[in-house]
Design a protein around this ligand. Structure first.
Ligand SMILES: C[S@@+](CC[C@H](N)C(=O)[O-])C[C@H]1O[C@@H](n2cnc3c(N)ncnc32)[C@H](O)[C@@H]1O
Ligand code: SF4
Length: 423
């Protein structure tokens, strides 16, 4: 007899979510997803006891590094030195992207695919990418990003490199989800699902024509995004990665966010949402809309009921209502496609860029940058300050981490939040 678990994978267990006209044909798309997941399973290296042991060792090393850095950063915070050892870093591996989302923002008023089309194409080579990973090894996590990171052919090779014990990183990726299903069938992707810790897939509407219009792609590619998510949902029963679905909520798709929330909750998928940021602040019209506020209430109530969310209820409230008032941009590093680090913050119009590859380690990179701009008390209004009010998840994380540095690891609820992200 089929167990309930298998039945839920084969037949989608909808409770809150109600299919609407234009949404996928769920029986058909899930059949495609099951077929794809089986093919992928045949291609992926199994998550053997040896792999399990290796991954556990890597995670222990990464956690120890996080703790060590936390105490070092705490001392810096006490001395008003805000040049922190980064908790994580975002690597824009390429500006190239097969979508051109209506909301896409590079934090500086540009859209990644358009920057690529305008000639910002000088990406690091594979060897340089590995060098970058080695230099950045003091951070606890890497966030492979773009543009669309899956466009880089060497993504699995770089992931394999960042999974080495001497680097010991938590590996996270943010992808538009359109290519990953077919890529996981390629031999070079054989270790991908064993090595990636967190996969965040963007999903900005459930109606296929609308999703295609938002992303400027075809309906069949939009359908692939959802098929791939469903395949990953099956695969996460065989590999230990965390799968999270992210929606950028804007004035034109906040109704769709209700559907995405219900769908994720029904399917046991971790839900993540962010208000659309326009250059350096969340869309103020969106925040003022009572229906958006109802959406946030619903998200928070689902978090309270225990549905999987990317962050705690407390953190989601601060993020989605733009409640956090401080930001410490040096908690994470934002590295561009050409291997330069934005300092003190990517959004700052006068940000300087430091060539990471010229240095042996992250301390050297930061020391060069800090000589030019002191990052202490950089967030805020006034001359020499960032003057921004960004509300991306990473900014909220800096506020939270800094709270931990000031008030202590346990008072700041930091451990719980980090555990929530990775489990
Ligand atoms: C720039 S994208 C790169 C990764 C990948 N191409 C994707 O879209 O998932 C990284 C994340 O930023 C989100 N994002 C893009 N523009 C945004 C904006 N204006 N405000 C908030 N989030 C945004 C995307 O939805 C995605 O989750
Ligand atoms: S998929 Fe990502 S990088 Fe590409 S256009 Fe959309 S938000 Fe930008």
């Amino acid at each position: 007899m089929m167990s309930q678990k298998v039945r839920d994978l084969v037949r989608l267990p909808f409770k809150y979510y109600e299919p609407k006209p234009g949404h996928p044909d769920w029986a058909a798309i899930n059949k495609d997803a099951v077929r794809l997941a089986i093919q992928i399973l045949k291609n992926q290296e199994p998550f053997s006891p040896g792999r399990k042991m290796y991954r556990s060792t890597k995670r222990v090393l990464a956690i120890l590094k996080t703790m060590r850095n936390f105490f070092r950063n705490k001392i810096r915070m006490a001395k008003s030195n805000h040049n922190f050892i980064p908790l994580f870093y975002i690597w824009t591996m390429t500006n190239a992207c097969n979508f051109t989302c209506s909301f896409c923002s590079n934090h500086r008023g540009g859209k990644y695919p358009l920057l690529f089309q305008k000639g910002e194409t000088r990406n690091l080579s594979t060897a340089q990418g590995k060098q970058l990973l080695g230099i950045m090894k003091d951070a606890s996590a890497i966030y492979f990003c773009g543009g669309e990171p899956t466009i880089r052919r060497d993504l699995p090779e770089l992931l394999d490199y960042s999974s080495k014990l001497r680097i010991a990183m938590f590996n996270m990726i943010n992808t538009n989800g359109s290519l990953i299903g077919d890529l996981l069938l390629k031999p070079r992707y054989r270790k991908f699902l064993s090595e990636m810790d967190v996969i965040i897939v963007s999903l900005d509407a459930m109606e296929l024509t609308k999703l295609a219009a938002i992303c400027k792609t075809s309906e069949s590619v939009a359908r692939k995004v959802i098929r791939n998510i469903l395949a990953l949902r099956i695969l996460k029963h065989f590999f230990p990665f965390k799968l999270s679905i992210n929606i950028v909520v804007g004035q034109k798709n906040f109704h769709d966010a209700f559907d995405v929330l219900d769908w994720c909750n029904d399917l046991g998928l971790t839900f993540a949402a962010v208000a659309e940021n326009i250059v350096d602040k969340a869309d103020q019209g969106l925040l003022a809309n009572p229906e958006y506020q109802q959406l946030v209430d619903k998200i928070l109530s689902r978090a309270e009921q225990g549905y999987p969310m990317i962050a705690s209820k407390y953190m989601l409230d601060r993020l989605l209502r733009a409640k956090f008032t401080s930001c410490f941009p040096r908690v994470f590093d934002h590295i561009d496609h050409d291997g330069t680090l934005f300092w003190p913050c990517k959004t700052y119009p006068q940000a300087i860029k430091v060539d990471v590859l010229k240095h042996k380690n992250v301390a050297g990179v930061h020391a060069e940058a800090a000589k030019m701009i002191n990052p202490a008390f950089f967030h805020g209004k006034g001359p020499g300050k960032c003057n921004g009010e960004c509300t991306w998840m990473q900014d909220c994380v800096t506020d939270f981490y800094a709270g931990g540095l000031i008030h202590g690891l346990f008072d700041g609820k930091l451990l719980k939040e980090i555990r929530g992200l990775l489990q």
